[in-house]
Ligand binder design. Structure first.
Ligand SMILES: C=C(O[C@@H]1C=C(C(=O)O)C=C[C@H]1O)C(=O)O
Length: 250
């Protein structure tokens, strides 16, 4: 495969990204739900409009855009409109993707999934006033999830290059269901769900020097991590793959 990217190397990267995602959830779980962070009327000044999370993410992204974050095709902003240009000298990122891929950004779905469904499953109810740190943790989670899910573009490219003759008819027919079937590997998905639950147990256990004092209490519930992958991360990664393949012959 061109540029040394193979399905195996991409799967290894997705496995490594599991660590980042699980640690980011563990960090967010240090704080309770902290609902004022997400309340549109909690702050209202001309510089901060909307919720604290909205303003802080938008402004952080603007700063990171100037620092060149979105020059990397693996990065996708949550607020892509009116981002300032990068001020850093360009780096020559290897071009693996078909150019129309740049248009695919499903961060709106990731945002809704994270705030409307996931967060309440792992953040304890409560308010400790640490709203700015809470947003900072949310953004780390969101960016890790977004990077992982948009990796679907690379996965789809490699799958297409490995067997174009299988994908082309379904692409030309715009047959989403057929594409979804072609790109799905159920045994891989089952292994992912089991591995992330196991990682959540290992990474999220209380470490003590006293071996017999082992309480089975994890910093993030392993079944929530498994559900995050099974219900949202993998379906969204596959959605990105379908969207990518539909544009692959443009
Ligand atoms: C990413 C892949 O494509 C699909 C999505 C998966 C995922 O998001 O982890 C796993 C298996 C496939 O059904 C892959 O084949 O590795």
């Amino acid at each position: 495969m061109a540029n040394g990217v193979t399905l195996e190397s991409l799967r290894q990267s997705l496995i490594r990204q599991e660590d980042t995602i699980i640690f980011s959830l563990i960090e967010r779980a240090r704080f309770p739900s902290n609902s004022p962070t997400y309340n549109e009327s909690y702050v209202s000044t001309p510089t901060f409009s909307g919720s604290l999370v909205h303003s802080v993410v938008k402004e952080t992204e603007a700063l990171q855009a100037k620092a060149g974050r979105y020059e990397n095709p693996e990065e996708h902003p949550f607020f892509p409109d009116n981002l300032p240009p990068s001020v850093v000298p360009p780096y020559n990122f290897t071009e693996v993707l078909h150019p129309p891929a740049a248009l695919i950004n499903i961060n709106k779905d990731i945002w809704d999934m994270y705030f409307k469904k996931l967060l309440q499953l792992f953040a304890a109810r409560g308010d400790d006033g640490n709203y700015a740190s809470t947003v900072a943790s949310d953004l780390v989670c969101l960016q890790a999830l977004s990077r992982r899910i948009h990796y679907g573009k690379l996965v789809a490219e490699v799958k297409f290059r490995e067997s174009p003759a299988e994908y082309e008819p379904a692409i030309r027919a715009k047959d989403r269901d057929a594409l979804m079937k072609l790109l799905t590997f159920e045994s891989v998905e089952e292994a992912v769900k089991k591995r992330v639950a196991k990682k959540a147990m290992v990474f999220g256990q209380e470490v003590t020097l006293n071996n017999d004092d082992k309480k089975e209490k994890y910093k993030v519930d392993p079944s929530v991590v498994s559900r995050l992958y099974g219900d949202w991360i993998m379906p969204l990664t596959k959605l990105v793959q379908v969207e990518y393949l539909l544009r692959r012959l443009d």
